[in-house]
Design a binder for this molecule. Structure first.
Ligand code: FAD
Length: 368
């Protein structure tokens, strides 16, 4: 029975490990040291359809990733756990310029053909905005859609890990080091495996560099503020503000405001509320009470970006028994579960659904 290791228990690694644990012919070990995980700090927005980003491969992955969530949830329910980590949510997209809003509506309507999750796209009148959020003071144009969702990344990983343990998958909560790689095996923390998935996000360079690989991944710090507000969190829609920052009302009474995008900070996980001040000011148009409140918590995580902002996943050219993923950037909670499932399929020799050449690892992971 092949022994497969997954290193990294964020959204990619937890999903990959969960799907591998369901395969009767696999012995699965997940390593995770839980350091600054992006997934745990993520805002949780699943809504890729109103982006002007031109990269078509990115859009295909994000659109399919968003549609994959209900399938993942159904698979998990079939295996005995009804996860509450994913919630469909009415979503507002706020644009200061009416023309930008109109352009986005046009883009999203074209995308509707291949996005059955989008049933509704409309513009709200000022009265409709106040009917839903009476305290709103915005002059901006607001688009409303029913397609969006909010995910609690941390809770989803926990649920996936509960299911993999129920299938006798093993979880080792320690830092993994690859000590040796041969043509058909690898040694991780003194244990031999037949194959591995490296789903370590921003940490891929340090895991692979000792084995002679260059990895095109840079780091970006992200912070968001968490406010406790049981009543508003139920009534508020998910509000994607113009520019940086969003209001994300999670179902357990927490409202997230963020997130920041800070380059050149390395793996710094220090909470710095001053960075969030501008985002909180913009959020106050919809949530004035926020301005005088103290955040209950600041979440901090490290995103991984490639030099052209494109994510990658697949097998290493010279070692196909090692599959990797990284560079998911600020939309990795959207594409992560799909990528995790694709990696599980790939490493166990089964067909994948995306065109792997579009996300070619070997453009970003090269031999020194
Ligand atoms: C503040 C913030 C807000 C975000 N908001 C959104 C959002 O709203 N929507 C969206 O789609 N995306 C969002 N993202 C992006 C998304 O969170 C990430 O792209 C995604 O979670 C990356 O998942 P991952 O599994 O690749 O990596 P990670 O979640 O970083 O997981 C990697 C794991 O590997 C572990 N690890 C690393 N090296 C080792 C080792 N050697 N041994 C053992 N374990 C190791 C780490 O400790 C970590 O637990 C946000 C990110 C941040 C930081």
């Amino acid at each position: 029975m092949p022994k497969i290791a997954v290193i990294g228990g964020g959204i990619v690694g937890s999903t990959a490990a969960y799907y591998l644990s369901q395969k009767p012919d696999v012995r699965l070990t997940l390593f995770d040291d839980d350091q600054g995980q992006a997934t745990k700090a993520a805002a949780g927005i699943i809504c890729p359809w109103f982006s002007k980003r031109r990269n078509k491969a990115w859009y295909r992955l994000s659109n399919r990733g968003a549609h994959f969530y209900p399938e993942l949830l159904a698979d998990m329910a079939k295996h005995g756990l009804s996860s509450k980590a994913y919630e469909k949510k009415t979503t507002w997209i706020v644009k200061n310029k009416a023309k930008t809003a109109d352009d986005l509506i046009e883009i999203a309507k074209k995308r509707q053909v291949e996005a059955p999750l989008i049933q509704k796209i409309a513009k709200l009148t000022p009265q409709q905005i106040r009917d839903k959020v009476p305290q709103a003071q915005t002059q901006a144009t607001v688009i409303v859609t029913d397609a969006g969702a909010i995910v609690d990344g941390q809770a989803l990983c926990q649920d996936l890990q509960t299911l993999l343990q129920a299938q006798e998958g093993e979880i080792i909560r320690e830092r993994a080091q690859i000590e040796a790689i041969t043509d058909n095996s690898l040694t991780i923390n003194d244990r031999k495996f037949d194959a591995a998935i490296l789903a370590v996000g921003a940490w891929l360079p340090e895991l692979l560099q000792p084995h002679g690989y260059n990895v095109d991944v840079r780091l970006q710090k992200g912070q968001l503020a968490v406010y406790q507000d049981q009543s508003s969190s139920q009534d508020l829609p998910l509000i994607m503000l113009d520019g940086e920052g969003d209001i994300i009302p999670h179902h357990h009474g927490q409202i997230f405001i963020g997130a920041s995008h800070e380059d050149d900070m390395g793996f710094d996980l220090t909470a710095d509320p001053s960075v969030l001040a501008a985002i909180e000011k913009a959020a106050a148009d919809f949530l004035p009470a926020i301005e005088n409140r103290q955040a209950a918590e600041i979440k901090v995580g490290t995103r991984a970006y490639t030099s052209d902002y494109a994510p990658f996943f697949g097998q290493l050219a010279d070692h196909p028994h090692i599959a990797v993923a990284s560079g998911l950037g600020s939309s990795g909670l959207t594409s992560g579960p799909l990528i995790g499932k694709e990696l599980a399929q790939l490493i166990s020799g089964q067909p994948t659904e995306m065109t792997l050449a579009d996300y070619d690892v070997n453009r970003y992971v090269t031999k020194q």
